[in-house]
Write a new protein. Structure first.
Length: 252
């Protein structure tokens, strides 16, 4: 079992209750199964510049902003992890601006399925409402990144007990991982086939050959893949999750 768990906490509050939840959950998981290693990235602790919409990542395969902020650290942690939690409080039925900026900075990965071969969970914290909007959004983002989502946890301050929530969902997480087989599901297979059609000219023939995304999808090992499961397995082995499907940000 691959056992490095990473939590991305999207709160702007350094003393966030969401961070407390994730920390307690991870500690409980490690207590129940000592094979697991965990790390939490609170986005509020990092300098993350806003995406400026230059589309360099889509066209050339790297983000020029990585030279000036801390985002390359986050990319590295994501690539070196096996299981990824996206955790967010509810801000007006959505994620906080810091987390939206995080997603904006990895938006090109949604065209590459860069994290195929990783397993995902989400955690949403709210005082009262809006949790379904955030849960659905976090789940969708995991899918388009190639992450197989196994479960989504919701903590509502008005009717949840912290200790019970942590114990229940730590056990659920371990059970999900134990019962899981492979890196795919129906939605991932569908999205994989859609992207292959797009970049092999069946849907969108306007892209030029020199565009990074097009050259990526025309790599021989990808063109040979008949399923997302095959793609995810090869992605992990060939790339070793060291250069994110071919996007080597550290060298730009």
């Amino acid at each position: 079992m691959k056992n490095k768990i990473l939590g991305i906490v999207g709160s702007n509050n350094k003393k966030s209750f969401t961070n407390l939840l994730v920390d307690a959950l991870f500690e409980e998981i490690k207590m129940l199964d000592k094979r697991f290693q965990t790390k939490i990235i609170c986005l509020s602790d990092y300098k993350i510049d806003y995406c400026i919409g230059c589309i360099t990542c889509f066209l050339n395969g790297f983000c020029p902003l990585d030279k000036d902020d801390d985002f390359k650290i986050i990319r590295r942690e994501l690539l070196e992890s096996d299981i990824i939690f996206f955790a967010s409080p509810v801000y007006i039925h959505n994620v906080p601006g810091k987390m939206k900026t995080f997603f904006d900075r990895i938006s090109s990965y949604t065209h590459l399925l860069s994290y195929a071969g990783k397993i995902g969970f989400t955690l949403t914290a709210t005082d009262n409402n809006g949790e379904d909007y955030v849960k659905d959004y976090l789940t969708k983002i995991q899918k388009v990144l190639g992450i197989k989502n196994l479960d989504n946890y919701i903590f509502k301050n008005i009717n949840n007990n912290l200790e019970q929530f942590v114990q229940t969902n730590a056990n659920k997480t371990l059970k999900c991982l134990e019962d899981n087989y492979g890196y795919t599901d129906r939605s991932l297979e569908s999205y994989f086939n859609y992207l292959k059609d797009c970049y092999h000219g069946k849907i969108n023939s306007s892209l030029q050959q020199e565009y990074f995304e097009l050259s990526y999808w025309n790599r021989p090992w990808i063109k040979e893949c008949k399923s997302f499961q095959e793609f995810a397995s090869k992605n992990g082995k060939i790339q070793g999750f060291k250069n994110n499907g071919g996007v080597e940000f550290d060298n730009q």
